[in-house]
Design a protein. Structure first.
Length: 279
């Protein structure tokens, strides 16, 4: 791996720090000072969660997906809102398309598809969750149990959480970068460039890899004509950047996390196939 790639990975991980710190700071503030105020505000905006989440997620970066995973882990956002953010998350793939004249005509269509699908899936998941909960009810205190003193500054506590998650993400992203360098990128190319009918199944699975690298590979394959628009959409719907990794790191209920990932993958496959068939 070249120094330039290491530096890019370092800055990619570092760019998420403000989002992570803001999310943890909010959690700490609510836990110690603002639970009643935030509970009232949450009740007023909870029904709009998937819309807000999908709109924020479409901004080209991974920070919102990481922050939303932390907020979900303590019950501050609904599973539908989390899915809406994950589905609409637009990372480097959008920037890659913007840099290529062939990709510019489809950027608007791609972002619109991801936003609309994020909103629809978000409301469906929240409706389903009311009858058949994905996991146990969460408490905001569970993020901070046994991890810092009651008298500790909320800024220091938020910084401690942020540093831990940042270190975890940096190690993970460097490891994935090495794997891609050792042949992972070539393997992704071969898998994704198969029969068009099966492409959404493969690209959605590739999108689940917790990194921004797969989305770049999928965007390049689409621009080269190796995969269809439905296939790249499937991959980018399932691709939540590092959000999935943060979810597994922050939320202790692994079965619940697996359900969320399964829904994310299924949404990518289903809508990828529908787009291939009808658009």
């Amino acid at each position: 791996m070249e120094w330039g790639e290491l530096i890019d990975t370092f800055w990619e991980a570092t760019s998420m720090v403000p989002f992570l710190f803001a999310a943890f700071l909010l959690v700490e503030w609510i836990e110690k000072k603002g639970q009643e105020k935030f509970a009232r505000a949450l009740r007023k905006t909870r029904n709009a969660g998937p819309v807000i989440g999908s709109a924020l997620g479409c901004i080209p970066q991974c920070g919102f997906s990481a922050a939303s995973a932390n907020l979900y882990a303590v019950g501050l956002v609904t599973p539908g809102t989390l899915l809406a953010v994950f589905i609409s998350t637009s990372d480097e793939a959008i920037l890659v398309m913007m840099a290529n004249p062939a990709g510019i005509p489809v950027i608007g269509k791609l972002i619109l598809c991801k936003i609309v699908i994020g909103i629809l899936a978000g409301y469906l998941v929240d409706f389903w969750n009311k009858k058949y909960p994905l996991g146990k009810p969460k408490r905001i205190e569970q993020l901070c149990e046994n991890c810092h003193d009651e008298e500790e500054s909320i800024f220091r506590a938020a910084l401690e959480h942020t540093v831990k998650i940042y270190a975890f993400l940096l190690i993970l992203m460097l490891g994935l970068e090495v794997l891609m360098e050792l042949g992972g990128a070539e393997l992704v190319n071969r898998l994704a460039s198969g029969t068009e009918l099966w492409q959404p199944f493969v690209t959605a699975a590739i999108g689940l890899i917790p990194s921004c690298l797969p989305s770049v590979v999928l965007a390049e394959l689409f621009l080269q004509g190796a995969i269809s628009f439905g296939a790249v959409t499937a991959g980018l719907i399932a691709g939540a950047g590092v959000g999935v990794a943060v979810l597994f790191r922050s939320n202790p209920d692994k079965k619940e996390n697996i359900k969320i990932v399964a829904i994310l993958y299924g949404t990518g496959v289903i809508f990828g196939i529908l787009i291939q068939l009808f658009f």
